[in-house]
Write a protein that binds this ligand. Structure first.
Ligand SMILES: [Zn+2]
Length: 240
């Protein structure tokens, strides 16, 4: 195989490796975003239960205020007993105290109920907090692994780029420019194998006469269909 063709094949392999590693690195934010989703949901659920607990706490406070006010009212009524003149007045007075005492029982029941609400909200909150922490730990671990992978890829990329510069320096500028143009139009594939009279870039048949020329690996030959540069893998056995 001619040197320029060898270099083109190496360049193509290098660029394919660079592209693959870059794609992995470029996808990292997207993958983190996907992994973040359950955490966002867990946090939203925790916030909901937190608000529920806060609303219940406020309700409890309101009920306690109402309880204190009713108790004060009863004390005042009891102090007024000596002012009462008639039996009728006295009966009405007793009735009023009785009603307020019923009210007290009622409020106390409501407070117990709201305390149950607070209790279960707090239990649920603790569960949800555990869930959030678990999701956070999962993401941390995922990011840690990704960071390690990316750091490794960056090192590999640097080495590949260094190798690429060396290969490019061996190529004629004209050939390199042709390669670059084909790389762009060929979706990252500019140099492809020809095998069994088929172009591995576009899978189209190569005319037998042209394939004979390609097998020599001496000239720059492009596929008549996709224009990619073709070469013949000399080690491969059993070709036509
Ligand atoms: Zn082709």
């Amino acid at each position: 195989m001619q040197d320029f063709l060898k270099h083109l094949v190496q360049l193509q392999q290098t660029d394919a490796a660079i592209l693959e590693k870059r794609r992995f690195i470029d996808r990292v934010p997207l993958r983190i975003n996907e992994v973040d989703e359950p955490l966002r949901i867990a946090k939203a659920e925790l916030e909901k239960i937190r608000q529920k607990a806060a609303a219940a706490a406020k309700k409890k406070k309101d009920k306690e205020t109402a309880l204190a006010e009713t108790q004060e009212k009863i004390t005042k009524m009891k102090n007024r007993a000596s002012d009462l003149k008639t039996n009728k007045e006295y009966q009405a007075h007793l009735k009023e105290i009785e009603n307020s005492e019923k009210e007290i029982v009622n409020i106390e029941e409501q407070i117990l109920q709201v305390m149950d609400e607070i209790d279960s909200a707090e239990k649920e909150m603790a569960e949800r907090e555990k869930g959030v922490r678990a999701e956070e730990a999962k993401i941390q671990e995922f990011k840690r692994v990704l960071d390690t992978d990316v750091a490794k890829l960056e090192l590999e990329l640097a080495a590949l780029k260094e190798g690429r510069t060396k290969i490019v320096s061996e190529l004629e500028p004209d050939i390199y420019n042709t390669y670059l143009a084909l790389l762009k139009r060929g979706n990252g594939m500019a140099v492809v194998r020809a095998e069994n009279e088929i172009c591995h870039g576009c899978d189209m048949n190569i005319p037998p006469q042209l394939f004979v020329e390609i097998r020599k690996n001496t000239d720059l030959i492009q596929c008549p269909q996709c224009y990619r540069i073709l070469y013949y893998e000399e080690d491969t056995a059993g070709n036509s």
